[in-house]
Design a protein around this ligand. Structure first.
Ligand SMILES: Cc1cc2nc3c(=O)[nH]c(=O)nc-3n(C[C@H](O)[C@H](O)[C@H](O)COP(=O)(O)O)c2cc1C
Length: 355
């Protein structure tokens, strides 16, 4: 089997694999450029850029500066395709998006909320806009709004199912019956929902499937359903190029199936994480000190929350598991070794060819 290329507007990747954006600081330039060098699309996550503990009132400027620096580093490390992931709920989303465009990023992936105003923030139509959705309904709402207000459409849509890591676009009740929302069910629904927009704009809107994709066989299954590519995140954490602490990677390598839990994040939506000392402290009711010098998430009700999620994710990145929240996808317990991105991509492609 020839490996199909992945075309997203003005971008053509040799390999139909997008490395999903992972914050805080899990996917920065080192990981993203390694994926891009292997023919996929590498994504820098924009949440929590810069020294978020120190910056206080300069938060927005410091984050944008750190974002620009990360993009420049990635560009010196690869000629391949680099995307940036921005969460809609970030209070500095617009500033980050402007920085990405100024730095020449050609693919902006936006999740965690409905990015209804995204085209207004990106006038340059050579920049490919890619919303993340968890249902055909959400995609229709976004694309109808973009069509009516801006006469534009998406260059691809990422469909994130309930097995993904990090924040999830499903309620606790929906996650309890995740099989009802399997990618096998959602992909055909979304393909159908994209058709009217493909017809109206005379373009193909590729669907990128995400959440629980682990092997080349999984990728083949998604392609056979009609997806143009996949987005994978968890699998890329245990690579040499991923810049998280050794303790973060060790938490992945040691996680058993029972350790994978759904938490209720301070953002107000569920998330998937690995049980650790920090989650045990929360469960025991121990008060966790909160110090919020800036409101990084527009939906965060920090003083109704048990903890600051930005601080918890940054602590995990640093390796402080007393205070660290380790986000991970549902397949984390299958990971047993740290490999290079090059070897991981080669394995996935061998499996995909064989499948
Ligand atoms: C550690 C971690 C952090 C994540 N952070 C983000 C993020 O900042 N923004 C986002 O849109 N998605 C985030 N995600 C979701 C991934 O980009 C991806 O879509 C999803 O995890 C895919 O499922 P998989 O991990 O099973 O491959 C995160 C996932 C993980 C595991």
């Amino acid at each position: 089997m020839d490996i199909p290329k992945l075309q997203i507007g003005t971008i053509t990747a040799d390999v139909p694999i997008v490395q999903g954006g992972m914050g805080v600081k899990v996917s920065l330039s080192s990981l993203a450029s390694a994926v891009a060098n292997a023919g996929g699309i590498g994504t820098i996550a924009s949440v929590g850029m810069g020294d978020i503990r120190a910056t206080r009132q300069d938060y927005e400027a410091v984050s944008s500066e750190a974002m620009a620096e990360e993009i420049r580093k990635a560009k010196t490390a690869t000629d391949g395709h680099i995307a940036v992931n921005v969460m809609s709920v970030l209070s500095n989303a617009e500033a980050l998006i402007h920085t990405c465009v100024e730095e020449g990023i050609k693919m902006i992936v936006v999740g965690a909320g409905l990015p209804l105003k995204l085209p207004a923030m990106v006038e340059d139509t050579s920049v490919n806009l890619v919303p993340i959705v968890s249902s055909a309904r959400a995609a229709t709402l976004i694309l109808r709004t973009w069509q009516k207000r801006y006469g534009r459409t998406a260059q691809a849509v990422v469909l994130e199912g309930p097995l993904a890591g990090g924040h999830l676009g499903f309620s606790l009740e929906e996650l309890a019956r995740a099989e009802d929302f399997s990618l096998e069910r959602l992909v055909p629904e979304l393909l159908e929902a994209l058709k009217p927009f493909e017809d109206a704009f005379g373009v193909k809107i590729p669907l990128i499937a995400a959440g629980g994709i682990y092997t080349g066989q999984d990728i083949a299954r998604m392609l056979s359903l009609g997806a143009a590519g996949v987005q994978m995140a968890t699998r890329f954490v245990c690579t040499r190029e991923c810049g998280v602490s050794d303790a973060f990677k060790q938490a992945y390598l040691e996680a058993s199936e029972e350790d994978i839990v759904i938490i209720k994040s301070p953002v107000g939506i569920p998330g998937r994480a690995v049980r650790n000392r920090f989650l045990d402290r929360l469960d025991s009711g121990e008060p966790i000190p909160i110090n919020c010098p800036y409101k990084c998430l527009s939906t965060c009700k920090i003083y109704d929350s048990r903890y600051c999620i930005a601080h918890a994710l940054l602590s995990a990145y640093d390796g402080d598991m007393e205070n660290g929240l380790v986000f991970a996808g549902s397949n984390v317990s299958r990971m047993h070794e740290i490999v290079s991105v090059k070897d991981l991509m080669a394995t996935l492609l061998d499996e995909l060819r064989a499948a």
